[in-house]
Structures are given as C-alpha cells and as structure tokens.
Design a protein around this ligand. Structure first.
Ligand code: 6PG
Length: 468
C-alpha cells in the first residue's frame, strides 16, 4: 500500500485544516485523532481530496502508514496533552523518525521535549503556526525550531503549505530547539499589543468622539488602505460593522467586554522580564486583558469615580491614525528586542530579517510595514527598530500625534495603557541623560550597591548622612 508523506495527529479545527492544506498541495497525509469521530468528520470534509488521506484510528497502524523516516505533526492542546500524545506515539516510532509539534507550546517545553526525544533517537521540531483557522487551511506562517536535519526532511511539505508573500514562502528554519515556539510566542505578544492599541483607538473614537461602530468601521477601512495596512486593522473593520441579527444592534455593543487569553501573550511578557528587556507595550496589553476580566469590580469603581468624559476628546482621526502607527512600531521594536536578547542567551542566532519576512503573509500580525522591517534587519545591524533609518522617519513624523492622543486620553480618562507605554518607551529610549543616576544614588544610600561616576574610573560610594 502507498504510504503517506507525512502524518498528522489531532484533528480539531487547526489540525483538520492543516491536513486539508497538506492534501491540497498534493501530499498524502495519514490522519488520526484520540476520538475517532473527528477522523470521520475530516473524511466527510475532504471531498475530492479524500484520496490523499490515509485515516486510521489505531495509533500503531497510523504510524506504520507513514513513509520512513517518518515526520508526524501533532496538533493537540498545549501542555499535558502534548506529552501524552508523544508518549503514545513513541511506542510505534523508530529511530530517525521525527515529531513536529505544531501547537502553541511554551518554548521551554519544546526544549525539554527535544532533549527527551533526542536521547531516544527521535527527532523533534517545535513549530509555531500562525494564521488562525483560515491560515491553517490556505497558508499559515510557519516558524521552525529544531535540528536542520529534521527540518530538511519536512521542509518541502511545510514550505508548500505555507503562505506566500510575492511568491516567497512564509516558512523558515529559525534555530535549534525552542526557537520556533519562542518566535511564535513573541508573535503573539506583538499580536496582543497590536489588538489592544486598536481597541484603545476605538475607545477614543467611541467615548471621546461619540462615533458609532459603523462610523469607526469606515475609518478602519480607510486606514487599511494606508500605512496602517494590516490584517488586524482589516478584520477590526469587519467586526465593527457586524450587526446582531436578533436585535439589529452593532454586535460589538453586545459582546461582553472581558478578553480571554490562553497564555502566549503572558509568556512573551514573562520572557521579556526574564531577559531584562523593556517590553512595556506588550506587558500593558496582557495587563489590559487582566483588567478587562474584572467586570464587576470595574462597574463598582466607575460608580465611585464616574465614567470617562463623553464626546470631549480634542483629537482628530488623523492624529489617531498616526498615534496607532507610532504605537505599533514601538510594539514591534519591543518584540524584536526580546527575540534579539533571547537569541544571544540561548545561542539561537535568530535571523530577525527572516522572521519579519515570514510574518509578511499568513500570520495574524501581517502588516504592510513588515517588508520594510525585514529590509531594515537584513540591510544593517539594527540595534532597535526605533533607530533604523526607515523607522526613524516614521517615528519622527508620528510621535507627536501619539503624544497628543496619550495626553487627550489622560485628560478624558480614556484608558490607553499600550499607547501610553509605547510613548514612554520611545521617550525613555531616546533620552540621553536619564534619571537612573538618582536610582543609583538611592541604591547606594540604603544598600551600598555602588555607582559609576562619569568623570572617573571604578565603582564609587557616596558619603551619605545617617538617617537614624
Ligand atoms: C495565531 C494566533 C493563534 C491564537 C492565539 C489566541 O497566530 O494564529 O495567535 O495562535 O488565535 O493563541 O490567543 P489568545 O487566546 O491568548 O488570545
């Protein structure tokens, strides 16, 4: 019997769509799932592609049906389910085979799994897949970490099923174990910041300018034709113009304002803290989701302090557009700074230009300016996007509007945690003479931690008065 080119275990929405994508690209794919009904579902869905599938509820038969050396993608819920699936598959896999873990895993789990499998002679690729359901079906962005050898075994298929930007595949090998899932985590951190800043701007339009969701949708549509062109701005317009069939009201006015989070945004904030990288815009987005969850407390607090002032933001739509652009650049700058530091710490040699390239299509944060970011990281040794020549021009032209919007937010009590953090990050980064001199003095005062004086060599201490 003809064997499959690749196996895929885990047929929830993402897994099923990925399997259909593989089949559509002309590869034979073996599929399996813990509950067999999902195998029947995908065979029903496959239609004329069904000849490309080898379905098997029996795990041993599933593994046996894949060509050696076998590459088996697993697409199950992050965490314990991944370990259990790997353990179950290992019973049937042989030396030289590989597992490709394509869920949203914590990169540390991927490093551990890579090591565990390596000693058992099995390869492991930790692969970040972005693009949601549609991306999985028609072309996601694929971020790969693991050994080059395993990548070469799976490269043809992963490249074929990935999104294409002007014909260039959005799939790449990014480094050894952990690198793929780390990059996906940071992608999601930027995604959180991007979404939050869009929501903040919507808040100013709604509460400060008294605009309806339909009017806001039109604005986002127009912005999507300019320098803010991006998938998230595009879908924002669709969300804002949607109407609830039952009531005829704008859907967004009926959706409960509590944002869910599965953890990747938090992981990127934790990574930033662990690495000592300033990523306040990303952290602000995670915190904003946490505050959003406190619906009852927010209602109680508003009854004490009052609601934000309605219809009184002294700000133009053009300023909001410019502020969002500047904020987005700060968020991407932070994301790339986290990856740069993590790369150093883990010896990954993450190719930042390539990462920007494979984010240009397929993934959730695809944006017009990613092409420019890729060029900036490839052309010169960019220390931070804020000082890359192309982005200096954008920040010079737009940081004033960011300042005005943040000031208007502060005056009108419209919460703008990410835009505000983006502005402070920018101002902190471009301030040559900061105020950490005072912090150093304080640290030395109470703890004799020492400081450096700018006009002499070596660590010094102050001759501080006693406060006893
Ligand atoms: C993607 C998305 C995807 C998923 C997020 C949602 O790149 O395709 O990021 O991975 O939609 O995990 O995350 P939250 O539930 O945390 O918002």
């Amino acid at each position: 019997m003809l064997k499959a080119d690749i196996g895929l275990f885990g047929l929830a929405v993402m897994g099923s769509n990925l399997a259909l994508n593989i089949a559509e690209n002309g590869y034979k794919v073996a599929v399996s799932n813990r509950s067999p009904s999902k195998i029947d579902d995908i065979m029903d869905m496959a239609g004329e592609l069904s000849g490309q599938f080898i379905p098997n509820a029996d795990l041993g038969a599933f593994v046996q049906s894949v060509k050696k050396p076998r590459s088996i993608i697993i697409m199950v819920k992050a965490g314990k389910a991944v370990d259990l699936t790997i353990e179950a598959l290992l019973e049937y896999m042989e030396e030289g085979d590989a597992i490709i873990e394509a869920g949203n895993a914590n990169y540390r789990d991927s490093m551990r799994r890579y090591e565990d499998l390596r000693v058992r002679g099995i390869g492991f690729l930790g692969v970040g897949v972005s693009g949601g359901e549609e991306g999985a079906r028609f072309g996601p962005s694929i971020m790969v970490g693991g050994t080059k050898e395993q990548w070469h075994n799976a490269e043809e298929i992963l490249t074929a099923i990935s999104a294409k930007f002007n014909g260039e595949p959005c799939a790449a090998y990014l480094g050894t174990s952990g690198a793929g899932h780390f990059v996906k985590t940071i992608h999601n951190g930027i995604e959180y910041a991007d979404m939050q800043m869009i929501a903040e701007v919507f808040g100013v339009m709604r509460d400060g300018l008294g605009m309806t969701p339909a009017e806001c949708a039109q604005v986002f549509k127009n912005w999507n034709k300019g320098s803010l062109n991006s998938y998230l701005v595009e879908i924002t317009a669709h969300v804002l113009e949607a109407v609830d069939e039952k009531t005829g009201k704008p859907l967004v006015e009926l959706i409960l304002d509590k944002a869910g989070q599965k953890g990747t945004g938090r992981w990127s904030a934790i990574a930033a803290q662990e690495l000592g990288v300033a990523a306040t815009t990303i952290e602000g987005a995670v915190a904003a989701r946490s505050i959003s969850a406190l619906k009852d407390e927010r209602i109680a607090a508003q009854s004490i302090y009052g609601a934000p002032g309605a219809g009184n933001a002294d700000i133009s739509l053009e300023q909001l557009e410019q502020a969002l652009l500047a904020g987005k650049i700060a968020a991407y700058a932070q994301g790339f700074a986290i990856m740069s530091k993590a790369s150093e710490e883990n010896g990954w040699e993450l190719p930042l230009g390539t990462i920007a390239r494979i984010w240009r299509a397929g993934c959730i944060i695809r944006s017009g300016f990613l092409d420019q970011m890729a060029k900036s990281y490839e052309k010169e040794q960019t220390v931070n996007l804020l000082v890359a020549p192309d982005f200096v021009k954008i920040m010079q032209a737009n940081n004033g509007a960011l300042r005005e919007v943040v000031a208007a937010g502060a005056r009108g009590a419209f919460p703008l945690p990410c835009l505000c953090a983006a502005l402070s990050y920018f101002d902190g980064y471009r301030q040559a003479n900061g105020t950490a001199s005072l912090i150093q003095g304080q640290r030395d005062f109470f703890g004799a931690h020492g400081f450096i004086l700018t006009d002499r060599e070596g660590e010094q201490h102050g001759n501080w008065p006693s406060t006893l």
